[in-house]
Write a protein that binds this ligand. Structure first.
Ligand SMILES: *[C@@H]1O[C@H](CO)[C@@H](O)[C@H](O)[C@H]1NC(C)=O
Ligand SMILES: *[C@@H]1O[C@H](CO)[C@@H](O)[C@H](O)[C@H]1NC(C)=O
Ligand SMILES: *[C@@H]1O[C@H](CO)[C@@H](O)[C@H](O)[C@H]1NC(C)=O
Ligand SMILES: *[C@@H]1O[C@H](CO)[C@@H](O)[C@H](O)[C@H]1NC(C)=O
Length: 503
């Protein structure tokens, strides 16, 4: 499973402690793997896992791989009441011992009718059924060559990005005005995840899936004092005395995975949770999730017909929408994009972005937010089954290096042709997305698209179930011999039948 092999040090002629530690890890992994193997030898998915780990130990020696474990969870409040709540939970052995021990059975048996239900399954891949999301170690490797990234030079200065974005919004992204601001760009060779390596893709997808796993499990645990305020201290008042932000309608979550040498950090952003079904996540973040889905991926505030409750007030008549109004809504402090920026900035307080490689990942809404963060800060981003987020990057006027369109951008969108949300076809009056109150009208992605064509290759039907991260991991990524090839999307326009006007 681990990527490095002991033959490495023969070449280098020196046995240093790191190699010894790594060899020790391999030995312990093999021991654990054999127990695991013994326990579940009949399982089909296990054999898939075994074959990747097997394949991996046969890989040529390299020091381009690391094992990642979850170390922190960030909760950033959203919504008018909670957007100033910023907290962190460190996943220490003590915390795991105290509250996290649990099995996360697969929810494959839930009867699926609509999107809410699909969103509701706290997907944990079957292949890791017997692993604990809080202790699992996920191997990720980088390709030999680093990748060129063009990033804003001052991106880590306090308020720099925020003031750029609000200025861009104030001039409605007018390029002739924006080009007069002299933004300084820097080029750097950055380490990226190896998206051609199957195990790396499985690991990143599993981190995305991990962000759905609820932790701690019950309300009493949430109130305990393990959470650390990383913003203004949270003072409960009479009206909101219970600390359930992050799981209630009021927060965005980032699960932070760190490599064993502390040099690479992956932030996994949580995607959408469905509204309560019996036994499901009734206290999850559904309200805000839906609002943000309908804001980011609809043409105009989810104004699908007069029957719909819109998420913002920018509709101005038949297929006409107020652009400035829309942009303002995207950038609101109490929306998810801002919360994602806050999470990133809090992570950089713990891990110096000058010396740490920070990558982002996520599934669905979480993947789209990961991609927006990637664009904002020039971070490598790997998204899974995200709805089209190109329109949102335009509305937010995310800064773009000069020399468009083929500038270097390390963003990958993995998905499968059987997923109507990723393919941008889950809309229209009779669609299951509309039936559930979601207006997911966009289809265009930024960066590269890595598409598993399950419809042609396997004869799958387009079905919401194929949107699940669990399905993607267990039945798609693991089932293909190779990872999907990543290519630039041909020119793509969303919402072409809408007219956007200035107020
Ligand atoms: C975390 O982010 C919030 C919101 O941006 C900020 O107020 C707070 O100071 C940050 N905390 C740390 C430790 O960076
Ligand atoms: C990584 O960071 C953790 C916590 O800050 C620390 O305990 C550990 O020793 C560090 N590991 C290395 C290899 O620096
Ligand atoms: C969110 O929390 C409030 C109390 O803080 C509670 O009244 C409300 O029912 C919760 N909402 C959901 C969807 O669980
Ligand atoms: C995948 O690999 C297996 C075993 O090596 C082989 O039998 C199969 O034909 C391959 N499938 C494809 C589509 O290449």
């Amino acid at each position: 499973m681990l990527i490095e092999k002991n033959t490495n040090y023969n070449k280098r002629g020196a046995i240093h402690s790191r190699v010894i530690r790594i060899s020790y890890l391999i030995v312990s992994f093999v021991a654990i793997a054999s127990i695991f193997w013994f326990r579940k030898s009949s399982s089909d998915t296990l054999s898939k896992l075994y074959s990747i780990t097997d394949k991996c130990t046969n890989n040529p020696p390299t020091d381009r791989g690391h094992r990642f474990q979850i170390k922190h969870i960030f909760h950033h409040g959203v919504g008018k009441k909670y957007h100033e709540v910023h907290r962190r939970l460190d996943i220490t052995p003590e915390v795991i011992e105290k509250v996290a021990r649990d099995n996360y059975p697969n929810s494959a048996d839930i009867d699926i009718q609509n999107l809410e239900d699909v969103y509701n399954m706290h997907d944990w891949p079957q292949v890791f059924e017997n692993e604990d999301p809080w202790t699992i170690e996920l191997p990720v490797r980088s390709p030999e060559a680093k990748s060129r990234a063009v990033r804003l030079k001052h991106r880590h200065e306090p308020n720099f990005i925020e003031s750029y974005l609000s200025y861009a919004m104030s001039v409605q992204g007018d390029q002739s005005i924006l080009s007069r601001i002299h933004l300084e760009w820097e080029e750097a060779d950055v380490a990226i995840p190896d998206v051609k390596d199957k195990q790396t893709v499985v690991s990143l997808a599993t981190m995305s899936s991990n962000a759905y796993v609820r932790f701690p499990k019950d309300d009493d645990e949430k109130k305990k004092s393990d959470w650390i305020d990383v913003g203004r201290p949270w003072v409960p008042d009479d009206e909101h005395d219970s600390i359930n932000f992050g799981w209630n309608e009021s927060g965005l979550r980032g699960h932070v995975f760190v490599s064993e040498d502390n040099k690479t950090v992956v932030i996994s952003i949580k995607g959408t949770s469905g509204a309560g079904i019996p036994g499901g996540g009734s206290d999850e973040t559904t309200v805000a999730d839906k609002t943000n889905d309908n804001l980011l991926f609809s043409c105009c505030c989810a104004r699908v017909s007069y029957l719909w409750t819109t998420v913002c007030d920018c509709y101005r008549g038949t297929y006409t929408c107020d652009q400035k109004c829309l942009e303002k809504e995207h950038l609101r402090r109490d929306r998810y994009y801002q919360a994602a920026i806050d999470i990133y900035q809090n992570v950089t307080q713990l891990y110096d972005p000058e010396t740490t490689d920070i990558w982002v990942t996520g599934h669905s809404l979480g993947g789209a937010l990961a991609s927006l963060l990637g664009r904002t800060f020039g971070l490598p981003a790997v998204a899974f089954e995200a709805p089209g987020e190109m329109l949102a990057t335009r509305r937010l006027h995310l800064p773009q290096p000069p020399g468009l369109p083929k500038y270097q951008e390390n963003i990958w969108h993995f998905g499968n042709t059987g997923d109507p949300i990723y393919m941008g076809v889950c809309n229209g009056i009779s669609s299951s997305c509309n039936a559930a109150g979601y207006a997911l009208e966009t289809a265009c992605h930024t960066g590269k698209q890595c598409i598993y064509d399950v419809v042609s290759d396997k004869g799958w039907k387009v079905n919401l179930l194929n949107h699940r991260i669990h399905t993607l991991i267990d039945d798609v990524i693991l089932d293909y011999n190779e990872t999907a090839p990543c290519v630039y999307q041909p020119p793509c326009t969303d919402c072409f039948n809408w007219k956007y006007v200035s107020s």
